[in-house]
Design a protein. Structure first.
Length: 202
């Protein structure tokens, strides 16, 4: 079965307060985005769709794809207003094959590896959808029962020993593109990436 990836690089990275989006900042003399794309280039993935910010298609084609000779990138397209819009724009540019495993990754996070992608591929073949995670060691405060929301601390300091999701997600294309309302697997595995689109598209 074919494998395809949607690599998201449309964010502005405003919190970095840099002169350019963080995916284009240099890390060891190469753009941060390079490292994510290189991992997919060297992996089992057959096709990569790169989703970029408004007006950045030609820049990425010249300064990223052509400069570093990436062969698996079949399309570069502009993203949307929200993350899930960008994911959808990327999904629309994947080839026409019905049976495709789709990987979704945030291109500004450069530490994805070929091993991670291989393990995700093996898992998605069995389970039809998966999210990459790793053990959490940070101490986190819960506010109002939600992590990361401003409010009154209701449960003090806790030590989280479960898992936190990273940014690599994988699912069968039939789930991601056609059967949104019928697949709770996608709702559970990809909600952090495509937000309310999963529920609204049904």
């Amino acid at each position: 079965m074919k494998t395809a990836a949607v690599v998201l690089a449309a964010g502005k990275g405003s919190r970095m307060q840099a002169d350019r989006p963080k995916q284009y900042l240099l890390l060891k003399e190469k753009p941060v985005l390079y490292y994510s794309l290189k991992a997919f280039e060297d992996s089992c993935i057959d096709e990569v769709v790169l989703v970029v910010g408004e007006g950045e298609v030609e820049y990425c084609k010249r300064e990223i794809v052509e400069k570093y000779d990436f062969k698996k990138i079949t399309a570069i397209t502009e993203g949307g207003k929200e993350r899930y819009h960008s994911v959808y724009e990327g999904l629309k540019r994947i080839g026409k094959e019905e049976q495709t495993y789709v990987f979704i990754h945030d291109g500004a996070r450069p530490f994805v590896t070929e091993q991670i992608l291989t393990r995700a591929y093996e898992t998605v073949k069995k389970e039809h959808a998966c999210v990459v995670g790793m053990p959490v060691k940070d101490t986190i405060k819960l506010s109002g029962g939600k992590v990361g929301h401003i409010g009154v601390v209701t449960s003090g300091m806790i030590k989280v020993s479960d898992v936190a999701t990273l940014t690599v997600d994988a699912a069968r294309r039939s789930n991601t593109c056609k059967n949104h309302s019928a697949t709770h697997l996608l709702q559970k595995a990809l909600r952090t990436v495509i937000g309310n689109y999963v529920e609204q598209a049904g």
